[in-house]
Design a protein around this ligand. Structure first.
Ligand code: TRP
Length: 361
């Protein structure tokens, strides 16, 4: 059986460099690796609505932003199927049947759901759709018989819950569904890129994100004001790397070749870190280097984005075509699911025959 990728993002904002280094960059590599038979990339608008009931316009507006970010990073509609979750009604049908296989207690124990309920102060009034979104996510994954789901660490409980649903379904009905594996980002730094202010998470409301669609000037000024080491007051002071955002970003983005090009006094990041820790290396120099590194990575993305921005209808057309393809696949799986559940009455000639025999005919 083939190897199939499915992953996606909620369209609640533009994608930032944390998304890029934690996931998008890898997706493009996987897409181009030839190791996978299919790659499905989903804009999870229906899931985004589960906690944005009062804000549907935000979700609607951000679909195109996420699509532009995908395309500009190198996701290629001739190689990957880019689609919109809500356009695949089969996913709702699957979700409805999977709901019978999951208990309320099990959902309550899902660590991601738990954390998000707290984060949103939902305790007393959790929307049912939000509470059950792990089941809908299991439908997203299994509809495409995905073997591999590239996600961040926070999504591991979702994959685990999906695997349980698959096992349960296959045991109760018939072995139709495929148990997926999560694929996590490769390095510590790419797993959790902090905000430019040093806070653990990049978030739009904190204004501490570097977006893929930021201009070169924006990126530069965000880097120049980045959080470093508050005890590193004079160039001669010894600096600390722990919690130093500039170095965390360098961990995530820079290679030895970047040193050759932009900072040839050092062979690699270890040497730069050693000098910083020893004292005698100023923040500005490190920040200028990070700026060179990031601009080199982001410039081709910006250029590609500008091209796609010239023809927005074409981008919607890509999503439409992708949604049609995705829908065909999901419909096939749904057929198999309904056959396994024996709710395919009109195709079940055996059933019709046996019922008519029961009535003596
Ligand atoms: N829950 C994911 C997120 O918040 C988005 C998502 C929805 C997803 N369905 C998925 C990711 C299926 C991977 C597979 O980012």
């Amino acid at each position: 059986m083939g190897k199939i990728i499915l992953t996606g993002d909620r369209p609640t904002g533009k994608l930032h460099v944390g998304h890029y280094v934690g996931s998008l960059k890898r997706r493009v590599l996987l897409q181009n690796s030839g190791d996978f038979d299919q790659t499905y990339i989903m804009i999870a608008d229906a899931q985004a609505l589960t906690d944005n009931i009062e804000n549907p316009e935000k979700v609607r507006q951000n679909i195109i932003e996420v699509a532009l970010d995908y395309l500009s990073c190198g996701l290629d509609p001739t190689k990957s199927t880019l689609f919109i979750q809500s356009q695949i009604p089969e996913l709702c049908e699957l979700t409805f049947y999977y709901m019978d296989l999951v208990t309320v207690a099990r959902l309550q124990r899902n660590p991601t759901v738990k954390a998000e309920i707290q984060l949103r102060n939902f305790e007393a009034s959790i929307p049912v759709g939000f509470f059950t979104y792990p089941i809908s996510q299991a439908a997203d994954i299994t509809a495409f018989k995905a073997t591999t789901v590239p996600v961040g660490e926070d999504q591991l409980p979702m994959i685990e819950q999906t695997r349980e649903i698959v096992r349960k379904f296959n045991q109760v009905y018939a072995p139709v569904l495929v148990e997926p594996d999560a694929m996590l980002p490769q390095t510590e730094a790419s797993r959790r890129l902090p905000g430019t202010d040093g806070k653990a998470k990049m978030s739009k409301s904190l204004g501490n994100c570097i977006y893929l669609s930021d201009t070169a000037d924006d990126v530069r000024s965000k880097i120049m004001t980045m959080f470093t080491d508050p005890t590193h007051l004079q160039v001669s002071d010894p600096g600390h790397l722990e919690g130093n955002t500039v170095f965390t970003y360098l961990d995530a983005f820079c290679t030895d070749e970047h040193f050759e090009r932009y900072l040839p006094d050092y062979a690699n990041l270890d040497e730069l870190k050693a000098h910083y820790t020893r004292g005698g290396l100023g923040d500005v120099k490190v920040k200028k280097f990070l700026n060179n590194v990031l601009q080199e990575e982001l410039e081709p993305i910006r250029q590609k984005r500008a091209e796609y921005e010239k023809d927005i209808p074409a981008v919607y057309e890509i999503l439409k075509k992708g949604s049609e393809v995705a829908r065909e696949t999901a419909a096939k799986t749904l057929d198999e699911v309904k056959s396994a559940m024996k709710i395919n009455y009109f195709d079940d000639l055996e059933l019709i025959k046996s019922q008519s025999e029961k009535y003596g005919k």
